[in-house]
Ligand binder design. Structure first.
Ligand SMILES: NC(=O)c1ccc[n+]([C@@H]2O[C@H](COP(=O)([O-])OP(=O)(O)OC[C@H]3O[C@@H](n4cnc5c(N)ncnc54)[C@H](OP(=O)(O)O)[C@@H]3O)[C@@H](O)[C@H]2O)c1
Length: 262
């Protein structure tokens, strides 16, 4: 049977790396993102192994069309990688409801729209891998809205896993720490820059390798990587006061740095 994976957010970073990994491992890929020029380049690069369609995960009709085009060419979907996502920089009191709504629209409702769009096309024993984040386990100042979306996703994934189990569909999350991608440059407002980058970076290829392994093996249910992100998430749960103290110090430094720049 053809191994068909539908991936959202394929034009850069983790999604783009998932294409490479999937095709290397014998999958065929359909997927979407918004930048047509990048999609054209990817289509040309991977030829018959991929169907790229311009679609925004905030738009149900576009997503439905992207999924239908993939299914028309490759048949039922063996795996969905719900990867498209974005950040939002700023302390919570600097953000208005529209800023927060926009990031939920992509990161949370976008995942749900992707699952709905694939729903009637899942093959037997399909897999859904949602690209969440270690931010689904930590609350980081200046990333509060983003962290809220990823916390929401973790709850969503766990419930979906239970609900789809008797349909034979495995649901998992991938929770990376910092990955070297365009993510931090994709600022939500003109002139806004996300300049806080914790820890050392994973490469998109490292993350994609594990995601495609989850899709292939239909497990494990959650991966937090690398090891120090896993430790930080666990420590934060056991010692929340200490975690907040460390984060508050980091916030203080960021505020001082900003003051210097101004
Ligand atoms: N980088 C990190 O440190 C990090 C850490 C943990 C988790 N993550 C998660 O990893 C996922 C991928 O991010 P990345 O790091 O690979 O960043 P990235 O390089 O900015 O890639 C984001 C991808 O999502 C697509 N996208 C964004 N909004 C979209 C929308 N509304 N509709 C369709 N596609 C959309 C972008 O393409 P277009 O602009 O062409 O639409 C792009 O292909 C996100 O869910 C992010 O939260 C990232």
């Amino acid at each position: 049977m053809i191994k068909h994976v539908f991936i959202t957010g394929i034009t850069s970073g983790i999604g783009r790396a998932c294409i490479e990994r999937a095709i290397k491992k014998g999958w065929v890929v359909s997927g979407c993102a918004r930048r047509q020029e990048e999609l054209d380049k990817i289509q040309e690069r991977f030829g018959n192994d991929i169907v790229c369609t311009r679609a925004d995960v905030c738009n149900e009709e576009e997503l439905a069309q992207a999924v239908a085009r993939g299914v028309e060419k490759f048949g039922p979907i063996r795996a969905l990688i719900a990867n498209a996502g974005r950040g939002v920089d700023g302390e919570l009191l600097e953000l208005d409801v529209d800023d927060i709504h926009a990031v939920f629209d992509t990161n949370v409702y976008g995942v749900h729209r992707s699952v709905l769009a694939c729903k009637k096309y899942f093959a037997e024993k399909a897999a859904v891998v949602v690209v969440s984040s270690v931010a689904g386990y930590l609350s980081i100042p200046r990333m509060g809205a983003y962290c809220a979306t990823k916390h929401a996703l973790e709850a969503y994934v766990a419930a979906l896993r239970m609900e789809l189990r008797d349909k034979g569909i495995a649901v998992m999350s991938m929770c990376p720490g910092t990955v070297s991608t365009n993510f931090f440059e994709a600022a939500p407002k003109p002139g806004q820059v996300w300049d806080w980058r914790p820890g050392s970076n994973l490469t998109p290829a490292q993350v994609a390798k594990v995601i495609m392994r989850q899709a292939e093996n239909r497990g494990p249910r959650r991966v937090v990587m690398p090891w120090f992100a896993r430790m930080a998430a666990a420590a934060y749960r056991v010692f929340p006061g200490l975690g907040e103290l460390i984060m508050r110090r980091a916030l203080k430094k960021m505020r001082l740095k900003e003051k210097d720049i101004k």
